[in-house]
Each structure stands twice: as C-alpha cells, then as structure tokens.
Design a protein around this ligand. Structure first.
Ligand code: GDP
Length: 201
C-alpha cells in the first residue's frame, strides 16, 4: 500500500453538512483516548492530519478526510469519517444525547458508508460502551472491522492470544480483528487491505 495523498475535507454536525461525492467511506469510532486520531494519522501517513489531543472528549463534530492510495498499481479513493469519541467520563448528559443523535443520524443516513472501524484498546479490551456500539452497528447491518490498537503495549507472546480472545469475546472471525499500533505502525497494510477488500461486498 502506498499513500498518494490525504487531506482534510470538511467538518459537519448534520446531514446537510456532509460532503458529497462517490468515494467509498470508512467511519472510525471508539471511546475517547483509545488512539483514534493517532490511528487515522498513521493510516494516512500524516503526522498532523487529525490533531492528537491529550484532552479527551473535545471532538464534537464529524470530520471528513479524502485519501488516495495505490495498491499493486491500482489507485483507490477513500473517504474517512472521524466520528467523535464516546465514553468520556466527564461528558454531561446533554453532551451524550447530542453525541448519540449525531452518530445515529450519520450511521442511518450515510449511503456511501461501506465499513465502520471500531477501535478497541488491545490491552484494556472492549468496554461496555464498545460492546453497545458494536451491537448497534450490527442492528443497523453495518459492516464492521475491529482494530485492536496499542498492541505495542503487549509483549510479543501475548499478542496473538489477545487477538484470539477478543475475536471470541466479540463473536467475530479471527480475520475481523486486526492488531494495530500507531507507535510502530503494526497493521497499517492489514487495515487498508481489509478495508479495500470489504468495499462493495
Ligand atoms: P483519541 O482520543 O482516540 O483520538 O486518541 P489519541 O490518538 O489522541 O491517543 C490517545 C493517547 O494514546 C495519546 O497519548 C497517544 O500518544 C496514545 N496512543 C495512541 N495510539 C497509540 C498506540 O498505538 N500505542 C501506544 N503505546 N500509545 C498510543
């Protein structure tokens, strides 16, 4: 996989603000601080495409990015949607309601959305919020790819058993859970290949 270009497109909160176009879209969801911004930056090979913030819970909008990549001499256009992180302990009730509304509307209405990447902390495992989100995605018949990030925090010997345990716990086939690290770039090609392979299925 070779990255050709990656750029920010637009920020939106409602459908009328979503960007138009025909590129396959991939949305990224996860709890605040799981490593979502780092993952998008790592996948796109851009250090600051998404600001990596140490103040969790601050992203309150949907942010769209356009990526162009080359796989085996073929060009692919992919649009990424960075959804605000959930499960921020200090979020107010009103914030949570607003979050729910924004996300459910997006997941309901976005026709070009092909895959939702559900980001889980490989060390921590799925939180109740993660499980609820996965249930919701299944209910909506959305195709899901689970990416277990911060895998660098586990010793090499613990990685494979952890991914197997995660797949079992989430009731997913082993290939639907991909180990990832933004620190050492583990899993970058695997995630892109899984995404490109899932489009149109
Ligand atoms: P977000 O809130 O989900 O966007 O999370 P960030 O990308 O801002 O990352 C949250 C924290 O986790 C930051 O301190 C990152 O440096 C750290 N982090 C993110 N990805 C990784 C990773 O793959 N491995 C390790 N060890 N730390 C990471």
């Amino acid at each position: 996989i070779k990255l050709i270009d990656a750029q920010f497109v637009i920020t939106a909160t409602e459908p009328k603000g979503y960007p138009s176009g025909h590129a396959a879209e991939v949305a990224f969801v996860g709890r605040s601080n799981v490593g979502k911004s780092s993952m998008i930056n790592t996948l796109t090979g851009r250090k600051k495409l998404v600001r990596v913030s140490n103040t969790p819970g601050r992203t309150r909008t949907l942010n769209f990015f356009d990526v162009e990549l080359d796989r085996d001499g073929h060009r692919h256009q992919v649009r990424l949607a960075d959804l605000p992180g959930y499960g921020f302990a200090k979020a107010s009730k009103a914030d949570r309601v607003q979050w729910d509304e924004m996300i459910t509307t997006y997941l309901d209405k976005r026709h070009r959305l092909e895959v939702v990447v559900s980001i889980i902390d490989a060390e921590v495992g799925p939180t109740p919020d993660d499980l609820q989100t996965l249930d919701y995605l299944q209910e909506k018949d959305r195709r899901v790819l689970v990416v277990a990030t911060k895998i660098d925090r586990l010793t090499k010997a613990r990685r494979k058993p952890r991914i197997q345990a995660l797949a079992q716990q989430l009731d997913l086939p082993l290939e639907a859970v991909i180990p990832f690290s933004s620190v050492d770039r583990t899993g970058v090609d695997e995630v892109w290949n899984a995404l490109l392979g899932a489009f149109g299925k």
